[in-house]
Design a protein around this ligand. Structure first.
Ligand code: DX5
Ligand code: ZN
Length: 215
């Protein structure tokens, strides 16, 4: 069964309490929390302060996706805010290995995210050090975009790399995941589905999460 990680970016922030209750009662596994700085991506979302509140509202895994420059400056703040998994973008890290070690030393699981244009082959030397690869299936910065189809080839390629090296690294797909395309994403080898609009804009979010979970 896939791990379902609804993205709070699509939630109603005026009703955050109710949105968290809904997720807690649902079969969602993780909370996917998108942090944007207006520099790495052309949008600004929320930071550690909001995550601290969300942390108090759930015991589920807080999967924090940093779309920010210089993530090493903020890793400790996100740890203190309650992040369980901290994912940084390969394109934002000049010293990716050092960033990963920092995240792990702080006691979090470490993830690496790659933009649609970034080849997964470049991850071969870091795979041993990380817990998760977040493959962006849209250009990061906004929810509600269309899934880029060639991501499926990247999933297959990455699945082979991970299996060949006998590692247990999650493959998380982020952007444009729907009930229609999720089966092919899972068939290609992904095991974590991020879903923002598909979950929160659905008329029955809990039922949608259940449907994703049962794929
Ligand atoms: C995009 C974010 C995604 C986004 C996904 O930059 O990283 O997590 O919230 O939203 P949907 O599922 O609506 O494409
Ligand atoms: Zn994300």
């Amino acid at each position: 069964m896939p791990i379902i990680a609804p993205s709070l970016l699509a939630a109603d922030f005026l009703k955050l309490d109710q949105e968290c209750t809904m997720l807690n009662e649902s079969e969602a596994d993780w909370y996917h929390l998108d942090v944007m700085d207006g520099r790495f991506v052309p949008n600004i979302s929320f930071g550690p302060m909001i995550i601290e509140f969300i942390r108090k509202a759930t015991t589920k895994v807080c999967d924090v996706h940093l779309m920010i420059e210089e993530p090493e400056k903020y890793a400790e703040q996100f740890k203190n805010a309650g992040a369980d998994i901290l994912t940084v973008h390969v394109e934002a890290c000049r010293h990716l290995h050092r960033n990963i070690q920092q995240i792990k030393a702080l006691g979090m699981k470490a993830g690496v995210a790659v933009n649609p244009h970034t080849p997964v082959s470049g991850l071969s030397d870091i795979l041993h050090d990380i817990d998760l690869v977040c493959l962006m299936s849209v250009n990061p910065g906004f929810g509600g975009q269309k899934f880029i189809p060639y991501t499926l080839d990247k999933i297959k390629q990455l699945r082979k790399m991970i299996d060949d090296s006998g590692l247990k690294v999650h493959i998380e797909i982020d952007g444009g995941v729907t009930l229609e395309n999720a089966p092919s994403i899972i068939a290609a080898g992904a095991d974590v589905l991020v879903a923002g609009n598909t979950v929160f804009k659905s008329t029955d979010p809990k039922a949608t999460i259940r449907q994703l979970k049962q794929l």
